[in-house]
Design a protein around this ligand. Structure first.
Ligand code: ZN
Length: 453
């Protein structure tokens, strides 16, 4: 009887133990490692013979995913008569490889016989940051190996392949550009070029030019410049040369206030250049005779050139005009009909001496058979630029145009040395730019200012 009781108690205890064992919650975690900086996503599950009892547990942790290290997950189990805490270890680790990026191309082409010059590299790690200084560079014949290891022993390796080959075509640069305009019958002069190659350096001597320019025919011509480097890379560039019809324009050089000792020098230059001009003179003399005999036009400008006298009255003006006309007639036996008013027909100084006299004179001179000319290109040699040859030159060439009768005002009274010095360049410019030079005649289209008095 006593034994039975003992056995029963033992059985009850065993059954209880079995129940306890079967109902015991089993707690599991799905990971023990979390990557640095990644989201904390572990899952804890509890279950027993009856199934999932996760809802009866409470999970908390002290994980900081920004700092590598060991952390704990605490699971509080409160289920039926079970009261206990369970702990799991979780590690935050850096298992991401660092990265290496190369400056320059990969593969890199290096000129044959040359050494590769390191172009640079950058190594960075998500945890360590910049670890460029930890990169180990190993040079081989045709490659460079870059190795790096972060503080968590993650390794990365990258290879730069070196190919010893000239892959780059040479460069040709044309002096004067790819488009050149010349005028008919001008000789085309090659303006030159530069040819260089990354590996061969200066290879100007290897350039071959094909094509030609026939400047006797208006048209577009193509010149081809070809160069091949030592590795067979070829470059061709084209230059278009356009041969244009030379523009036409006429320049009438006029010299006022002479003659003077400078007139001879002016006539020398005009003779040398075979250019005819027009002289608005204040008297006749040997210089005037020489000018006339050389085929230049002699025109009248008044004798005194004294504004207060000639513009005091019509009578004074014509007296003065007749005086110069007679003087010239005595020299060359010609009555000149082309005239220019002192100060031009637009002068305002005459207002001081006689209001409206220019309006009357401009009509009256025509009635008497004179043709007066003003100017439309002012050298300003009687203005502020009288002492400066280059300014005189610039004033004239700036004023020239193909679309008008270019009447150029200059002076050959004694003070105009700078004008004489500019003359040759002005003529050269005109010739080089398609102008012809003529002396004014009675057939020349008049150029006249607006009358202001
Ligand atoms: Zn004058």
């Amino acid at each position: 009887m006593k034994y039975k009781k003992i056995i029963t108690i033992i059985l009850l205890v065993l059954i209880n133990l079995l129940i306890c064992f079967l109902l015991l919650p089993k707690v599991k975690i799905d990971k023990t490692i979390i990557n640095y900086n990644s989201s904390i996503t572990y899952k804890v599950k509890a279950s027993n013979i009856l199934g999932d009892i996760t809802r009866y547990i409470k999970v908390s942790d002290n994980i900081n995913n920004k700092v590598l290290g060991n952390y704990q997950v605490e699971v509080k189990v409160r289920y039926l008569f079970y009261r206990y805490n369970k702990y799991f270890d979780i590690k935050v680790v850096d298992d991401t490889k660092p990265s290496i990026s190369l400056v320059g191309n990969n593969p890199t082409y290096v000129c044959p016989g040359k050494e590769y010059k390191e172009e640079g590299f950058i190594a960075s790690d998500d945890y360590d940051g910049d670890i460029t200084d930890k990169v180990n560079v190993i040079k081989n014949n045709n490659s460079i190996i870059y190795k790096v290891e972060d503080s968590s022993s993650n390794k990365e390796e990258i290879i730069r392949n070196i190919i010893f080959e000239d892959k780059e075509a040479p460069i040709i640069t044309l002096n004067g550009g790819n488009y050149i305009v010349i005028y008919k019958n001008d000789k085309y002069v090659e303006k030159g070029y530069i040819a260089s190659d990354k590996c061969d350096g200066d290879i100007i001597s290897k350039v071959e030019i094909t094509g030609n320019v026939d400047s006797s025919k208006v048209g577009e011509y193509s010149l081809e410049y070809k160069v091949i480097d030592n590795s067979g890379n070829e470059t061709t560039v084209k230059r278009i040369v356009v041969v244009k019809e030379r523009p036409k324009g006429v320049i009438y050089l006029t010299f006022d206030d002479g003659p003077s000792y400078l007139t001879n020098k002016i006539l020398d230059i005009l003779d040398e250049e075979k250019v005819k001009a027009t002289f608005f003179v204040i008297k006749g003399d040997n210089y005037v005779k020489r000018a006339y005999d050389s085929g230049h036009t002699i025109a009248l400008h008044t004798s005194s050139h004294n504004y207060s006298y000639v513009y005091a009255s019509e009578t004074n003006y014509f007296k003065d005009l007749t005086k110069v006309s007679d003087s010239v007639y005595n020299t060359i036996s010609v009555r000149c009909k082309i005239i220019r008013f002192p100060g031009g027909s637009s002068n305002t100084i005459s207002r001081r001496y006689n209001k409206g006299i220019m309006s009357r004179l401009t009509k009256e001179v025509s009635n008497q058979g004179y043709i007066y000319f003003d100017w439309n290109v002012d050298s300003n040699d009687a203005g502020g630029d009288g002492g400066n040859s280059s300014k005189i030159y610039n004033n004239v060439i700036k004023g020239l145009s193909y679309n008008k009768t270019n009447i150029v005002l200059m002076h050959d009274s004694a003070s105009h040395v700078a004008t004489v010095n500019a003359l040759k360049s002005i003529i050269k410019y005109g010739k080089n730019n398609g102008y012809t030079f003529k002396a004014i005649t009675s057939d020349t289209q008049v150029v006249r200012h607006k009358v202001n008095n």
